[in-house]
Design a binder for this molecule. Structure first.
Ligand code: FRU
Length: 509
């Protein structure tokens, strides 16, 4: 594609784009009123991460953005960049809904480098000229890492390219990659029975695309449209992430409504089909959706997600921003399961270490120096002479969010009932504790499992309005938003029985 040609002489910023940039600059909320190191919108509403990519030596993160209110509205793409995935710099709004083909919104998508330029592929939503509802197509904007221009040939992918029976109204959230000299795009869709699936298209030049296959589909009971697919190689396997709408709860594994799930399997390059095995939950907290990954030059695959839920939206009156991202997480595979760890760059911001070893905890305990709301704190709890061990975080008068490890049943329960909500949002989630060894049928590891269960490692990342729990070095995670007054910064331990605890705490500054 002659992207350069398309760019030539087109430095006109539309009224909608100029207005959104002016609005976000003039109304930017003080950084002290937002989380310290998690991405938040400068003002207004944010949902899915978009275009998570490395370009010109920086990590770029775009996001679904409605600057004008704290509610979802006509979707723009906000934009921030980072050198280390922890400190983010605000850049101007990248794209706004300002053409006929995206007048109903610039929905989620991807970013990829081509011929030295940064290419955004997004879902352009327009009214259906021949009927009711909307059409969702895929369009392109090309830029230099700061300023982006939509190309003349948009949309480059339309629903007409899909086989009969696939939706034109629910066809969105492309993720693109380059493989063997060809560009590929995975996007979410539904069939006539409203079952979610992922389609695969390919292109030599990113301008003309061909339908390749249905990469994967909902064969079971895994919800409606599979939003925000991501598909990548990890170690010797392929991983598919999708965020299905309208799922039903299944034990502790899934919950009602929008979930984020993953499959680990094999990609048949000839058939262009992915055989993914059983669906697994990506996160067991209340707030985790639409994850997207990127590959760093050093080979690490990094995942980031919207740390919020479509069904549990609440912010305190007067708060002028809504929505944040998780901490970026390094992901890897172990025993066929995804392991997630906060990016190691967080350690650069560690300060004021406080450490305890072999503390015997029985009943209620607070530990001198273990408190705060922007923290990286790890508890290793050992022993088999207790039934339940609770960590209360963000604790102040009348407030706390608790994580209860029920050792006998091998369950963790998180409960944010007293985190400051004034709406009846979902507050409690439970999950079976996992460790990298406990997964799968690795029989020879049974003894180790036994041992592993006598010791559990809970690492919490707190950042003013969120708590992310990484259990057993990232074998499972629970992410939750909290809106507790910032003064509530206590941490309290509660042991029913007696346990031995190691603690390591760092403030994040
Ligand atoms: C997922 C999603 C996407 C869509 C976007 C719109 O949260 O519904 O499917 O592109 O949000 O903002």
């Amino acid at each position: 594609m002659d992207i350069n040609g398309k760019m030539a002489g087109k430095n006109v910023v539309s009224e909608a784009l100029a207005a959104s940039r002016k609005y976000e600059t003039q109304n930017e909320i003080d950084k002290n009123e937002r989380p310290l190191f998690h991405v938040t919108p400068p003002v207004g509403w944010m949902n899915d991460p978009n275009g998570f990519s490395v370009y010109n030596g920086k990590v770029h993160l775009f996001y679904q953005y409605h600057p004008y209110s704290t509610e979802w509205g006509p979707m723009h793409w906000g934009h921030q960049v980072s050198d280390d995935l922890i400190r983010w710099e605000q850049l101007p709004v990248a794209i706004a809904p300002d053409t006929i083909y995206d007048a109903e919104g610039c929905f989620s998508g991807t970013a990829i480098e081509k011929d030295g330029e940064h290419v955004l592929i997004y879902t352009s939503v327009m009214k259906n000229p021949d009927g009711d509802g909307v059409l969702q197509n895929q369009s392109i904007a090309v830029g230099d890492g700061v300023t982006y221009k939509k190309i003349q040939n948009n949309p480059v992918v339309t629903g007409d390219m899909l086989p009969e029976g696939l939706s034109r109204a629910d066809f969105r959230d492309p993720k693109a990659w380059l493989e063997d000299g060809r560009y590929y795009m995975a996007a979410g869709c539904v069939d006539q029975d409203n079952k979610g699936l992922v389609v695969l298209l390919s292109s030599a030049d990113m301008e003309s695309w061909t339908f390749e296959s249905i990469l994967a589909r909902n064969e079971d009971d895994l919800g409606g449209i599979w939003e925000c697919p991501d598909f990548f190689k990890l170690d010797d396997h392929h991983v598919l992430l999708v965020s299905p709408t309208g799922m039903k709860a299944e034990g502790y594994e899934f919950h009602n409504g929008n979930n984020s799930i993953y499959f680990v399997g094999e990609f048949d390059k000839g058939e262009k089909k992915f055989d993914g095995g059983e669906p697994l939950s990506l996160d067991y907290g209340t707030d985790f959706y639409a994850p997207q990954t990127t590959l760093l030059p050093d080979g690490r695959r990094i995942m980031i997600a919207w740390m919020q839920s479509w069904h549990n939206l609440w912010i305190p009156g007067g708060q002028k921003w809504q929505g944040m991202m998780t901490i970026p997480r390094e992901i890897s595979l172990k025993n066929g399961r995804l392991i997630q760890k906060p990016v190691r760059e967080i350690e650069k911001y560690h300060a004021n270490m406080v450490r305890y070893s072999d503390e015997v905890v029985s009943g209620r305990r607070s530990l001198e120096g273990i408190s705060g709301r922007s923290l990286d704190v790890t508890f290793v709890i050992t022993g088999n002479k207790y039934s339940r061990f609770t960590v209360n975080l963000a604790k102040g008068s009348g407030y706390y969010t608790r994580f209860i490890y029920d050792r006998e049943n091998n369950i963790i329960e998180m409960d944010r009932t007293f985190a400051g909500f004034e709406k009846d949002v979902v507050c409690i989630r439970r999950a079976c504790v996992k460790s990298a060894e406990c997964y799968g049928d690795v029989k020879e590891k049974v003894d180790e499992q036994q041992e592993a269960q006598d010791s559990i490692k809970l690492r919490f990342i707190l950042d003013r309005n969120s708590i992310e729990l990484f259990v057993n070095d990232g074998a499972m995670t629970m992410s939750t938003a909290i809106y507790t007054p910032i003064e509530a910064d206590g941490i309290e331990l509660l042991c029913e029985g007696q346990a031995v605890v190691d603690v390591e705490k760092y403030d994040i500054i």
